[in-house]
Design a protein around this ligand. Structure first.
Ligand code: HEC
Length: 117
């Protein structure tokens, strides 16, 4: 009986880990090849993105409305990033829009993770 309980506990621990309990750093893990907290890499730093958007809700609404290049505030301010907008458009489709569609996280959770950096 004890063994059965242990197995049940182990199974529920595994399914819990598989649920959407992603932390802020999990949500931005795949962004790290191009984004860092306070230094520009391939893309602008999270700090720069925070300064450009002001709050997570504003960034979330730009994500949600399709992340059009004309709505991107960093690209609007910095021509060198505007030139690289296409790179981010591909990332947006695969790493953001598709994942939100699958219910992995919401636009708001992602924006908040960026503002938590
Ligand atoms: C292959 C590199 C790459 C990856 C991976 C990547 N980005 Fe970017 N990102 C860029 C580049 C280049 C820019 C600058 C172009 C632009 O602003 O559209 C950018 C810009 C941005 C901006 C600012 C847009 C603006 O101009 O206001 C946000 C927000 C952003 N990325 C979020 C993310 C998030 C969130 C992830 C992970 C889910 C991610 N990026 C993954 C390359 C990348």
């Amino acid at each position: 009986m004890k063994k059965v309980l242990l197995i049940a506990a182990a199974v529920s621990a595994v399914s819990f880990a598989g649920m959407s309990t992603a932390t802020a750093s999990d949500l931005t893990k795949k962004c790290k090849s191009c984004h860092a907290a306070s230094k520009d890499k391939v893309g602008p730093s999270w700090k720069k993105i925070q300064a450009a958007y002001g709050d997570a809700a504003t960034l979330a609404s730009v994500f949600e409305s399709g992340f059009a290049v004309d709505d991107r505030k960093v690209a609007a301010a910095e021509p060198k990033f505007k030139k690289k907008a296409k790179t981010m458009t591909g990332q947006y489709k695969n790493l953001i829009k598709k994942q939100v569609g699958k219910g992995k996280f919401t636009y708001n959770e992602l924006a908040e993770a960026i503002f938590a950096k």
